[in-house]
Write a protein that binds this ligand. Structure first.
Ligand SMILES: [Zn+2]
Length: 328
């Protein structure tokens, strides 16, 4: 009896804690959240599983999933979609070619879905693969157990932006707005709900990965996305939010570029700005430190990747080419 009461009290305490958490805008990996009727946001567990976020969009007769995720994330998103909707997943949109957004493609196509992307995603795969897939298979059992030599490219691509899927209940627009995070960055916009899915062109937290990026152009792409007028913003990593995520992301990229450009103009040495030494962040080997600091207004975006972001931006400015065009 005593034990039972203790359990009951504990359960109440847990429920109270969960209710409290549910009202916060902090990270809630693994939790599914209804954003507007028929659209759910599943925040991926980046820290432990390397997963991206997924968005589930219900149409009249089928479901669209934004991002294929890694294979293990694809399985979680598929289970979630099946739990919340009786309709089949017809399309899975790869926002870009990175493994945590596209390596789950075979999981979805085996289940009967069509993988869809802007044509730039398939081109990025040709550029960087199968080297990255093979390196990732050595690190991740979920990739290794597919026993494939290369990632599966999106089955359907479009080159005219926006590509539109529409039925009597909803219109979904797929945009390419320029090269930011990768050459293939796709956005998904639901005009009726003013809801925008951004992939990694916009993240909510210190998750910006700049290796394949065009840092100088990045803010222009986010500004173009802002012009769509979204009220709900669902990023590639980090919690869902509103237009403030777009503003912060654009500002972060602008401030990063400005700070590095200033250091170069002041004839600072790279080794003084990014001292030697590396660490691992989400499986990426990155420099440990940088002397560059950014304004407090963008602190949500500045974290363990900052030294790598400074290095990539430095190389981009010094070599006068988008970082993604440099050998890496
Ligand atoms: Zn990415």
């Amino acid at each position: 009896m005593k034990k039972l009461r203790w359990l009951t009290l504990t359960s109440f305490a847990m429920l109270a804690a969960m209710a409290f958490l549910a009202t916060r805008t902090e990270a809630q990996p693994g939790q599914v959240k209804l954003i507007v009727p028929g659209v759910w946001f599943l925040e991926g567990d980046l820290a432990n599983l390397g997963h991206s976020n997924n968005i589930i969009i219900e149409m009249k007769d089928y479901v669209i999933v934004v991002d294929a995720n890694f294979p293990s994330g694809a399985k979680l998103a598929m289970e979630t979609a099946q739990r919340i909707s009786s309709k089949p997943v017809k399309y899975v949109f790869d926002t870009h070619h990175h493994g945590d957004h596209a390596y789950g493609n075979p999981i979805w196509t085996k289940a009967g879905a069509t993988t869809l992307a802007y044509v730039g995603v398939a081109e990025e795969m040709k550029r960087f693969e199968p080297a990255r897939w093979q390196a990732t298979a050595k690190e991740r059992p979920d990739v290794a157990e597919l026993h494939l030599d290369a990632p599966e490219p999106p089955q359907q691509t479009f080159d005219k932006s926006p590509f539109i899927l529409k039925d009597s209940t909803r219109e979904v627009r797929f945009y390419f707005l320029g090269w930011a995070h990768t050459r293939g960055d796709g956005f998904v916009y639901l005009p009726k709900d003013k809801l925008l899915c951004t992939g990694d062109a916009v993240v909510n937290g210190p998750y910006n990965f700049t290796a394949d990026a065009n840092v100088a152009n990045w803010p222009r792409v986010v500004r173009a996305a802002q012009a769509l007028g979204a009220v709900h913003v669902l990023p590639g990593h980090g919690p869902a939010g509103g237009p403030e995520i777009l503003e912060g992301q654009a500002k972060f990229m602008t401030e990063l570029h400005k700070a590095v450009d200033t250091a170069i103009n002041q004839k600072k040495k790279f080794e003084d700005v990014v001292p030697p030494g590396t660490t691992t962040v989400y499986g990426n080997v990155v420099p440990v430190k940088t002397s560059i600091t950014l304004p407090g207004s963008v602190k949500n975006w500045a974290g363990a990747f900052l030294p790598a972001q400074v290095r990539d931006t430095w190389e981009e400015i010094a070599q006068k080419k988008p970082h993604g065009d440099l050998p890496h």
